[in-house]
Structures are given as structure tokens and as C-alpha cells.
Ligand binder design. Sequence first.
Ligand SMILES: NC(=O)c1ccc[n+]([C@@H]2O[C@H](COP(=O)([O-])OP(=O)(O)OC[C@H]3O[C@@H](n4cnc5c(N)ncnc54)[C@H](O)[C@@H]3O)[C@@H](O)[C@H]2O)c1
Length: 391
Amino acid sequence: MIEASKSGGKADIIRYGMVGGGEGAFIGEVHRHAVGLDGKAVLTAGCFSRSMENTLSTGEALNIEKKRLYPSYPEMAKAEADRTDGIDFVSIVTPNNTHFAIARTFLENGINVVCDKPLTTSASEAEQLLKLAAEKGLLFCVTYTYTGYPAVKHAREMVKRGDIGEIRFVNAEYPQEWLAEPIENNPDNKQAVWRTDPKQSGISNCLGDIGSHVENLASYITGLDIDSLCARLDKIVEGRVLDDNATIMVNYTSGATGVYWSSQIAAGHDNDLSIRVYGSKGSLSWRQEDPNYLKVTYLDKPKQILSRGRDEFYPRPTSVIRTPSGHPEGYFEAFATIYTTFIGALVRKKAGETLTENDLDFPTPVEGSQGVKFIEMCVESSEKGAIWIKF
Ligand SMILES: NC(=O)c1ccc[n+]([C@@H]2O[C@H](COP(=O)([O-])OP(=O)(O)OC[C@H]3O[C@@H](n4cnc5c(N)ncnc54)[C@H](O)[C@@H]3O)[C@@H](O)[C@H]2O)c1
């Protein structure tokens, strides 16, 4: 039998809790499937909703002990911190405006955190979380899903190693059509209601929800830092207070430039995140709706389509491949890779081991803070008439 203790050791069971993700919610269930895929942690506590009734029925369906189902997240954080077999980390899968207070509460109680993006609704809050996690010596992961794909990791390695030369231009986009009509007027459409409401979503809807993935993906693959940006945020559907379409030009500190577009009114697009990176020796192209392939073109060679699992990837991306080529891996596997890397780091940290770069290959509040700052800067630029502003 595996002896579980809070003090550490490789044989420890890793326990986690969840805030949000009750019946009827979207992403909480994806997080649970992702953790379950590799079985490295067990869900043992939850406050799945503001409604205790929902928390109880969700928890019961997930076989969680009743006494570890809590009416509020502060009660959960305190009670779990006081237990010798308390949770090792919490997953926060609630609307954006609640991330800061929930993450802060768990950090203050000495519990590691996984939080969905955008990290917070203001850059100063994100900075506070970054500082608090560091002061407490706790691990913190921000689930920018798309960094978990093997082909994305291979693209990052290729750029790092100079395979496509010096980066000249980045073009990334995330078009969706699901808010092409004012579906938020139907109160049953909870995901649309809170995303279009500034009290719950923050200062941006489209840019915060999916433009943040564009910024993070471009940053993860290219390693480029934004120097200045010029943004235009549109409110296309009548009556909307927040943006539903966003176009941004960026200058990177390296001298390269880029254009990012995110949209929720783009008829015909489901979840069409894609990125093209152009270098002095060639280019890379990846699309999340066809995520097992990476297109590479060198200036003097024919176009190549690298197949995940078939064609040679660098060691880190190879290490996160799960199935042979032709067996599609997707969203759940990418999420699982982020969780498994985070949980692996937690286990090694508990065992007193030094963490390597690969151990820490998951998004942190550093990227989370950068993402929130990006949203703030874009809103500022747009409100001032789409002017260039320094990042
Ligand atoms: N990484 C990704 O790919 C991805 C995808 C979708 C959503 N998200 C992010 O995940 C978060 C949740 O989005 P969603 O679409 O799942 O929302 P949702 O509305 O479907 O679910 C939110 C859940 O949080 C619960 N909740 C709200 N306040 C709570 C509180 N104080 N205590 C306990 N539970 C509470 C709600 O009852 C609900 O169960 C958002 O920040 C969103 O940006 C990320």
C-alpha cells in the first residue's frame, strides 16, 4: 500500500481539489478528464459551484467524500490546509473575475495552484499572485492549453535552435463564430452571459478569452518579447459592451513584427486557432484544428508536413507524444501534458529534487501576468484611438 503523507516522498499520492466546474460548466470537466488521463492525481475535494446543491450532486457523481464538499472556497482552503491528507493543489475553473481572490486564498493557505486563463482581470492582481506564489515557495500553473501539444513544443524547439533563422514576422489568429449573434440574451447560455459581462469577464471579452491564447502561443513558440502594440477592439454585435473582434499589430524587441487577430463573430470558424512564423531561412505553420501536423518550409526546399509520431521531433516534444502517428491526439492530451508536467514538478519538489527546465515546462504566473498586461495594453491602445503604445 502507498503511504500518503503531506511531508513528501516519491510514493505520495497527489490529491487535488477543484473550484468551479459544477454540473453545466464547460472547462472543469475537461480539466478532470485531463488529470484522469495520466492518473497522477486524485480529485478529493471540491467547491464546484456557488450553489451547495450543485457542489453536492457534482461531488457525489465524482465519488468525493461528502465532508470534503464545501459550500465556499475559503472554507475549502482552510479545511484542506488543516488536514494531514489535504489537497496538494487546487484547480480554479471559475469565471475570470473570481480567479484572483480564489488563487490568493489557496496560496495563503499554503496550497499549490492551477488556474485557468486569463489569470486575473488586472495586471496588478496578476503581479500580486506571482509574488505571493514565490514568497510561499508554491508551484502555480496557468492553463494555456495550446502549449501542451507536441507539434507546438517542436515548433518552439525549432525556433530556439535557429532552424528557420531569425524571426521576421508572426501571424496568429483565433477566429470563432459562436458569438456572431447575441446569444448572451438567453440567460441559459451561461458561458456567453458571463463572457460578455464586464463584471465577470473583466475589461475585455474576445481578447481576454481567446486573444490571450494567441499572445501566449506566439510568445511560447517564438520567445519574442513585445516592445509596443497597436490594437483595435470592435464591438460588432449591437448592444455589446465588450469586444467581440480584435486586431493587433505588434513590434517585438528583436525588430520583428506581428499581427494577431481574434474574433467571435467569424462565421464558419469553430475554434480555428493558428499561427504562422516566418524566419530568414523558412517558416512554420500550425493549426489547432489539425494539431498533429506542423508545416515547415525552408526557402530552398519543398514544403514539408511533419507528422507527430512519424517524423522526428526534438527530445522534449517527443517525450510528450502518447500514441503512434495517425491516431489523433488533441485537446485532452494537450491539457493532460500540462497537468502531468505540473504534477511531476510537484512530486519532485516534494522529494527535495532540483527542478530542470523540462520539469518546469508548463505556463506559470509569469506568462499569466504577461497575458493580463497584454489585454490591458490592447484595451488602452484601442480606447485611445488605436494608437501605438509601449508594452
Ligand atoms: N484553457 C482553455 O482552453 C479554456 C477554455 C474555456 C474556458 N477557460 C477559462 O476557464 C474559466 C471558466 O470558464 P467556463 O467556460 O468553464 O465557465 P462556466 O461558466 O462553464 O463554469 C464556471 C463554473 O464556476 C462556478 N463558479 C463561479 N463562481 C464560483 C465560486 N465563487 N465558487 C465555486 N464555483 C464557482 C460556476 O458555478 C460554474 O460551475 C474561465 O476563466 C475561462 O476563461 C479556459
